[in-house]
Design a protein around this ligand. Structure first.
Ligand SMILES: Cc1cc2nc3c(=O)[nH]c(=O)nc-3n(C[C@H](O)[C@H](O)[C@H](O)COP(=O)(O)OP(=O)(O)OC[C@H]3O[C@@H](n4cnc5c(N)ncnc54)[C@H](O)[C@@H]3O)c2cc1C
Length: 370
């Protein structure tokens, strides 16, 4: 009963994308998701223009369409007021992860995938030669292949002894929803010393407010209660942030937070397990491309795992190469641009330069997408 061709650990964008593609090709697939649907998640909830095609391919657009906010402009501000505005080549989308992940999981189940909620995987044993055994609190499952789509950082990274855990990851991220002044068709990214805060509209009249900050900055400016003190300090560091947040009403009493956000290089195959989405590599949020990479990466993983299961023993090495070729460059560019964002003193002249040479700005945007 507990035997599948493929087990997918993590039932969000990368996991559901991989699962739906594999199920359509006739494989028996199980998703193990640690939480119950729906749930909130630390994320800017901004889907870059490439995502619509992929969501269409997964067959979920009809269920999402009435909820989606359409976005075509991005605005970045430095603390001294310097601003850069750019138009996207297509329409980006805004929707909460609360809704998006749930709709994807429902479609996976509809495609024939066994979706196990509240089923955190605590250990993965075995390998491709003799198959894998996955342990959840209630049962053990046997599979021929495993796709890890469990996100940027999971208890499993420790269990699997992944080397990236030994590298410094000095970032904290926070997210909340607000009801505030309209931001029609645009996403705003406001920089403050040591971090940046994005805001864009999602469904139900809400605006997502999500920020990334260096851990030392966060610790220096937070007290008790920690997060509220930090937010008060952050507001004083960029007039646009202050102006908007002062007019807005916080929706959830508690901010969602995560620490040790890892933008470091990871292995794409580890112990014969196929990593995808953030488990394979997390792009800096300023690129607004992580969800696109997760949907795309999930499809790539499904394609190569499918080839492996049909007898191509080189398929997983080919997946690792394809993944690096597709996403490696944008991960590096994201890290490089984030270095600028975190230093307002060089950000302002940088924004003035790309205002003077618009093609340069367009070049940087393109490099975070291809
Ligand atoms: C601050 C911040 C803001 C961001 N903003 C944006 C943005 O606006 N636009 C964008 O495109 N990207 C953004 N990103 C990136 C984006 O959130 C991720 O790239 C995307 O969520 C990756 O999807 P995923 O499916 O790989 O992982 P996740 O969405 O993290 O999902 C992983 C799933 O695995 C489950 N899980 C974890 N461990 C286990 C386990 N042991 N067993 C079973 N299940 C498990 C989790 O519960 C979770 O549901 C942002 C990232 C950060 C840090």
């Amino acid at each position: 009963m507990n035997t599948y061709d493929v087990a997918i650990v993590g039932g969000a964008l990368a996991g559901c994308s991989a699962a739906i593609h594999l199920a359509r090709h006739g494989f028996s697939v199980a998703i193990f998701e640690a939480k119950a649907y729906p749930h909130h998640k630390v994320c800017g909830e901004f889907l870059s223009p490439e995502c619509e095609v992929m969501l269409n391919e997964l067959g979920v657009m009809a269920d999402l369409d009435s909820l989606l906010k359409r976005i075509d402009t991005a605005e970045i501000t430095a603390p001294d007021g310097t601003t850069w505005t750019t138009r996207f080549p297509g329409e980006a989308l805004g929707i909460t992860r609360y809704r998006l992940d749930h709709v994807l999981a429902e479609h996976a189940a509809h495609a024939g995938v066994s979706v196990f909620e509240k089923s955190p995987v605590s250990a993965i044993e075995g390998g491709l030669a003799d198959g894998f055994t996955l342990h959840t609190p209630n049962a053990a499952f046997h599979t021929r292949a495993v796709i890890a789509a469990y996100g940027k950082r999971s208890n499993l990274d420790r269990t699997l002894n992944r080397p990236f855990l030994n590298k410094p990851q000095p970032f904290v991220a926070l997210k909340n929803h607000f009801i505030g002044p309209a931001l029609p068709r645009r996403i705003e990214l406001h920089v403050f010393p040591g971090g940046y805060c994005g805001m864009s509209e999602v469904e139900d009249g809400l605006t997502n407010v999500c920020l990334l900050v260096r851990q030392d900055t966060f610790q220096k400016h937070s007290g008790s209660p920690k997060i509220e003190d930090f937010i008060r300090w952050m507001m004083t560091q960029n007039p646009r942030l202050q102006q908007w947040l002062e007019q807005a009403q916080q929706v959830h009493s508690q901010w969602l937070s995560i620490a040790q956000v890892p933008f470091v290089r990871k292995e794409v195959i580890h112990n014969d397990i196929v990593m995808t989405g953030d488990a394979a590599g997390l792009i800096t949020p300023l690129a607004g491309n992580g969800m696109s990479m997760a949907l795309h990466g999930g499809k790539l993983a499904a394609c190569y795992v499918g080839d492996y299961l049909r007898g191509d023993v080189t398929a997983l090495d080919a997946y690792a190469l394809h993944w690096q070729k597709t996403f490696g460059g944008r991960l590096r560019m994201g890290r490089f641009l984030q270095m600028f964002m975190l230093r307002p003193a060089i950000l302002s002249p940088g924004l003035k330069l790309i205002n003077a040479i618009p093609l340069l700005g367009q070049y940087f945007v393109n490099q975070t997408r291809s």
